[in-house]
Design a protein around this ligand. Structure first.
Ligand SMILES: *Cc1c(COP(=O)(O)O)cnc(C)c1O
Length: 405
């Protein structure tokens, strides 16, 4: 399908909304993205035509719903380049996927074992590893981030040793926009004998993913940033990794047999999906992936980066403008500050003009601290954003700069 942003926008009912008397310019896609009609319709269709619990019934709608749910798993697998649907565990988001990874591997951690993450991680790829530090004596090492916003790869190599048990890094930063060389990093991590985990939450939205080519052991993504529903995400795992991992929730469906004195588990991925899963959300994610895959990823990338560069060029003419994150390889995330102004004030002024950006720490407190800042404003561009919206951002920030100086 040819890439026409007006045609794409027309598929998002919410984008015709007005905020404070202006058409919404939704530039907060790194926090969560809006949903196309195809996803809304898929959910409505499932709820109004065929709905039941999955994996249990023998009746028609139970079978249909199970097929739709397992079909969504196959779509996620194909989207990530996973060999089989069973490499995909549904979770409620990327945060739960990373917590499952940490919990699932905790039994292999001994005091003094090292876990390497980076200073640009989202809290969801930091706090679960702190649990292993607090509970099992793991030692967390941080890969430093350079002034430009890139990982210091020499420092990473020198952190790797026989003590390294796990390396877990973000593929694309939700603040700096940096795209990290995870394939290369995974080779180094594996050479040191470590398990290699990638937080692909942002990357999965902005670039094609091939988990086999990247050779990652575990990879997480989330539905709500990929134009799908909230409440659904996925953990990809190599088959042997998922077998090694211990389950995190116990209950129905995740077991093979339950006796008074013992229990045996179902095979992965079901071992990790206790209870009634987020059935509708998973089906909605499948619909979002179908919708998204009709476009050429290169077209999406070129479009988003054109909007990003257009916005950045205009913003650079503002004296107090400071870009946070200027990596050579980056996606369409534009974090910035106006010198002397608080990011929250900038975001509030922009909202008056109908422009939605985020302001704060973006769940990356160690990154903020490493750069000696408390917060940033952040515009993040998605598939439906336009050059006109970039112009409105520039105008809005100019007004904020005048007002707040
Ligand atoms: C949003 C985000 C997360 C958390 O994802 P949820 O699905 O909201 O739990 C983790 N890592 C990165 C890089 C993110 O941008």
């Amino acid at each position: 399908m040819t890439f026409d942003v007006d045609v794409i926008r027309a598929q998002f009912p919410i984008l015709s909304r007005e905020i404070n008397g202006r058409p919404i310019a939704y530039l907060d896609n790194a926090a969560s993205a809006q949903k196309p009609q195809a996803v809304i319709d898929a959910l409505t269709r499932q709820m109004s035509h065929s709905y039941a619990n999955v994996h249990r019934g023998l009746h028609t709608m139970a079978n249909e719903t199970t097929e739709a749910y397992e079909g969504a798993r196959a779509k996620v697998a194909a989207f990530l380049g996973a060999p089989k649907p069973n490499n995909i565990v549904f979770t409620k988001g990327a945060t739960e996927a990373l917590n499952l990874a940490a919990y699932g591997l905790a039994h292999e951690i001994k005091p003094g074992d090292e876990i390497i993450i980076s200073q640009m991680e989202h809290h969801s790829n930091i706090v679960p590893w702190h649990f292993l530090r607090e509970r099992y004596g793991a030692v967390i090492k941080f890969i430093p981030v350079t002034e430009a916003g890139e990982l210091d790869l020499e420092a990473f190599k020198s952190l790797l040793s026989v003590k390294t048990k796990i390396v877990s890094v973000v593929h694309m930063s939700n603040v700096l926009g940096t795209i990290n060389p995870v394939k290369q990093m995974g080779e180094w991590a594996h050479a040191a004998g470590a398990i290699f985990i990638v937080d692909g939450t942002q990357a999965a939205v902005h670039m094609p993913i091939d988990v086999l080519d990247l050779d990652v052991d575990l990879f997480c993504m989330t539905g709500h940033k990929l134009y799908g529903p909230s409440g659904i995400g996925a953990l990809y795992g190599k088959a042997d990794m998922l077998s090694r991992m211990q389950p995190f929730n116990g209950g129905g469906e995740m077991i093979e047999d339950v006796y008074e004195d013992r229990v045996t588990y179902n095979d992965p991925p079901h071992k990790f999906e206790a209870g009634t899963p987020p059935i509708l959300q998973a089906i909605g994610l499948g619909a979002a992936i179908d919708w998204y895959r009709q476009f050429d990823p290169q077209d999406i990338h070129l479009h988003e980066m054109a909007v990003y560069h257009h916005a950045l060029d205009g913003l650079r003419s503002i004296n107090s403008f400071r870009l946070i994150g200027d990596a050579k390889e980056k996606g369409s995330v534009l974090a910035f500050n106006l010198e002397g102004a608080h990011a929250h004030d900038v975001a509030q002024i922009l909202d008056k003009y109908g422009i939605a950006v985020r302001a704060g720490q973006h769940c990356t407190q160690p990154l903020m601290e490493s750069r000696g800042i408390h917060s940033t404003a952040r515009a993040s561009f998605g598939i439906y954003n336009t050059l006109d919206e970039a112009d409105r951002l520039i105008e809005g920030v100019k007004k904020a700069a005048t007002f707040l100086s």
